[in-house]
Ligand binder design. Structure first.
Ligand code: NAP
Length: 246
């Protein structure tokens, strides 16, 4: 039996790169998506054509019933999850806090914080030795924004990723004795579509000038860190910065 990895938001960007790399390393991969089924199916087809095993599973991470159903689908089709990658996340239009609507901040926190918590809950129920599991790993995709703060751009997003840093610290300690490791990768600016969705399509073109290494990162460079943390047997509660030195 292949070890099983669930990756939220894996139809494109960092999640898709992680799914493809995980399959190459021998994982059976659940490629979660919210709305873009075609992209998730494409990732699955690429993995299968390379001889790997993957399924696409729809679930919006703000929908508790959908998250529970996703884990049940994975139980049935791939087996009990070994690694959860909490990757799905959003930014919003560039703006100041005094311009932000209640709905915007509420949505940000639901997708970027509540979703990862509920996915972690479902994973722990299956992984924890306390619940009869064999242990496992949770890898969150946070952001360099959590320590930079996002001023004038998206303080709400930065704060949501700050919550992920703190969750990593606390949850890692909470489940360390139950065979589960919890870690977070904090990417800097990475070449994906998230910048266009936040109304800042030029960010990848200009960001390189303020990054000490002089360039932005590629999704595969984050996937590499996620896969390392998935298997780093004595590492838990770590925040791993993959950001070109910011
Ligand atoms: P992306 O290219 O915009 O892709 C986001 C993925 O998340 C999509 O597959 C999308 O699915 C999914 N998603 C969004 N909302 C969802 C929801 N409610 N439920 C389930 N899936 C959902 O983003 P990315 O750049 O790869 O970002 C991945 C993670 O890295 C995020 O957590 C982001 O905050 C973090 N990050 C990115 C950067 C960067 O520069 N790119 C930097 C720091 C941190 P659909 O397509 O189906 O909607």
């Amino acid at each position: 039996m292949k070890p099983v990895m669930i990756i939220t938001g894996a139809g494109r960007g960092i999640g898709a790169a992680t799914a493809i790399m995980a399959a190459q390393k021998g994982y059976a991969v659940a490629v979660n998506y919210r709305s873009d089924k075609a992209s998730a199916d494409k990732v699955v087809a690429e993995i299968e054509s390379d001889g790997g095993r993957a399924i696409a599973v729809q679930a919006d991470v703000v929908d508790e019933a959908a998250i529970v159903a996703m884990f049940e689908t994975v139980d049935r089709e791939l087996g009990r999850v070994d690694v959860l990658v909490n990757n799905a996340g959003v930014v919003d239009q560039i703006g100041r806090v005094d311009e932000m609507s209640f709905e915007r901040v509420d949505r940000m926190m639901k997708i970027n914080v509540v979703g990862p918590f509920i996915c972690a809950r479902e994973a722990i129920k299956r992984m924890s030795t306390r619940h009869g599991g064999n242990g496992g790993a949770i890898v969150n995709v946070g952001s360099a924004a959590s320590h930079l703060g996002g001023a004038g751009e998206y303080v709400d997003y930065a704060a949501s990723k700050g919550a992920i840093d703190t969750m990593t610290e606390g949850l890692a300690k909470e489940v360390a004795g139950e065979g589960i490791r919890v870690n977070t990768v904090r990417p800097g600016v990475i070449r994906t579509t998230i910048h266009a969705s936040g109304g800042n399509p030029d960010k990848p073109n200009v960001a390189g000038s303020v990054i000490p290494m002089g360039r932005i990162g590629e999704p595969e460079e984050i996937a590499n860190a996620v896969l390392w943390l998935a298997e780093a047997g004595f590492t838990t509660g770590a925040l791993v910065d993959v950001d070109g030195g910011v």
